[in-house]
Write a protein that binds this ligand. Structure first.
Ligand code: HEC
Length: 203
């Protein structure tokens, strides 16, 4: 083998090893834990993750009985966000958190509207072929809310498919996730791993 060929082969092997390591990092970085009963341990520190948006369907715009009348602060784990920027798809091990916040006041110095009240609940969805090979899209849905006691449970059982997945399956824009309601994710899809969308001047 000539010296040049030798150098080229070594470079190619190095590139392959580096890209495998990269993919490994995505696969191995997990932000959730399942316990021995198949329940999701309540995730912590998610307010340090990537915040993606706050949808609200208030009761008084839904005949007084909205299915989900509170604010939903939605967060995604940082590794899945990075992977989504790079590939535009949700990786194995994605977790999104939905923190429920009540509607508090309806007026402020700036005018009438909906203003956040108190933290009242916590839900999550994870994409895991490992734990949920038979769920549509491998997504499973959980709640930690204990409304009577005003506390959060330590673990959450996966809901039955029809209770949560079907709505996400039929109406969510991007593989069960309602990206159409999250501007942060719309701006991030496929932009490239190293791009930071919020730093661009475009509005
Ligand atoms: C009636 C349709 C519907 C049903 C049923 C439903 N969801 Fe959702 N879900 C939505 C919509 C719409 C959004 C995005 C806007 C919002 O948060 O209100 C959403 C967002 C979410 C999110 C944030 C991440 C994402 O996928 O966008 C989680 C977590 C979530 N839902 C959990 C649940 C759980 C747990 C259940 C079952 C108890 C459930 N959902 C049932 C419509 C539904």
């Amino acid at each position: 083998m000539t010296k040049l060929k030798h150098i080229l082969v070594v470079m190619m092997v190095m590139i392959i090893i580096t890209s495998c390591k990269d993919n490994d990092a995505y696969v191995k970085a997990t932000y959730f834990t399942m316990d021995s009963n198949g329940e999701l341990v309540r995730p912590v520190d998610y307010r340090t993750w990537i915040y993606v948006g706050t949808p609200l369907t208030p009761n008084d715009m839904n005949n007084g009985k909205a299915a989900f009348p509170e604010f939903h602060n939605v967060y995604i784990d940082p590794m899945s966000y990075k992977h989504y920027k790079k590939t535009g798809v949700w990786r194995e091990g994605t977790i999104l958190i939905k923190e429920l916040v009540s509607v508090g006041g309806k007026s402020a110095a700036s005018g009438s509207g909906y203003f956040m009240g108190d933290f009242i609940g916590l839900e999550a969805t994870i994409k895991s072929k490992e734990h949920f090979p038979d769920e549509p899209g491998n997504w499973a849905y959980f709640s930690f809310t204990n409304p009577t006691e005003g506390t959060l449970a330590a673990t959450g059982k996966p809901f039955k498919t029809a209770q949560c997945n079907s709505c996400h399956n039929t109406s969510a824009a991007d593989d069960f996730v309602f990206t159409q309601h999250y501007p942060v994710l719309r701006a991030a899809k496929n932009v490239g791993e190293e791009v930071t969308p919020e730093n661009t001047a475009k509005r």
